[in-house]
Design a protein around this ligand. Structure first.
Ligand SMILES: N[C@@H](CCC(=O)N[C@@H](CS)C(=O)NCC(=O)O)C(=O)O
Length: 215
């Protein structure tokens, strides 16, 4: 049995929900309200000392943290349908696309970073939005350029099936919109977003339809 500690608006929780859905796996959802700083409670930190969502519990025995590690575990435990292409070079390229988001965009726009900018460095909200927009734009420009250099033209980031790259990209697009970044600069990324939005795995993972979104 899988238990997912998740927050509806968290990009990394969204990422993991998509991966689980693509694998056809269901998980019980336990909401961790970041707005109320529930992720900093002792009970949650006992699960993840980093105080970050998501966390995946497996059979009440195994506690998994860090979405790159959790998604690799899912890929190894449940190889089909695969989130990585068969070809070894293509696998490296797909992992690199995922890392553009996972290593170089998401971490520096995370809640705790923005809270530090707000409260310690005293930046106002327009400055915070500029910060987010700067790093999302740099990352999406690179993502877009990588797709072009690899001759990838659709419908997904790599080939004709959703891959790990889309698992990472779609939540970051959701977050870009929340930070008022104009996606019109990247028609190819918008097309990938539209293609993924047709798939139930992505629809069911969307922040707006999570039970804790209404709370
Ligand atoms: N590298 C971690 C990052 C997890 C992460 O940053 N989670 C965010 C939500 S998207 C969080 O819990 N943030 C709480 C905070 O920043 O205070 C992963 O991929 O799992």
């Amino acid at each position: 049995m899988l238990k997912l500690h998740t927050f509806f608006r968290s990009g990394t929780s969204h990422r993991l929900r998509i991966a689980l859905n693509l694998k056809g796996l269901t998980a019980e959802h336990v909401a961790v309200d970041l707005r109320k700083e529930k992720h900093l409670d002792a009970a949650f930190k006992a699960l993840n000392p980093q105080g970050l969502v998501p966390v995946l519990e497996v059979d009440d025995q195994l506690v998994l943290t860090q979405t790159p590690a959790i998604i690799e575990w899912l890929e190894e435990r449940h190889p089909e349908p695969a989130l990585l292409p068969a070809d070894i070079d293509a696998r490296a390229h797909v992992r690199a696309l995922a890392a553009v988001v996972g290593c170089d965009i998401h971490p520096i726009n995370n809640r705790r970073i923005l809270e530090y900018l707000r409260h310690q460095l005293k930046l106002d909200e327009p400055a915070i939005l500029r910060w987010c927009s700067e790093w999302i734009t740099a990352g999406f420009d690179a993502y877009d350029a990588l797709l072009k250099s690899h001759g990838q033209s659709g419908p997904y980031s790599w080939g004709d099936r959703p891959t790990l790259a889309d698992v990472y990209l779609i939540p970051q697009i959701e977050s870009a919109r929340r930070f008022n970044v104009d996606m019109a600069r990247w028609p190819r990324l918008q097309a990938i977003d539209a293609a993924c939005a047709q798939l139930e795995a992505f629809q069911k993972a969307a922040p707006a339809v999570q039970p804790d979104a209404a709370a």
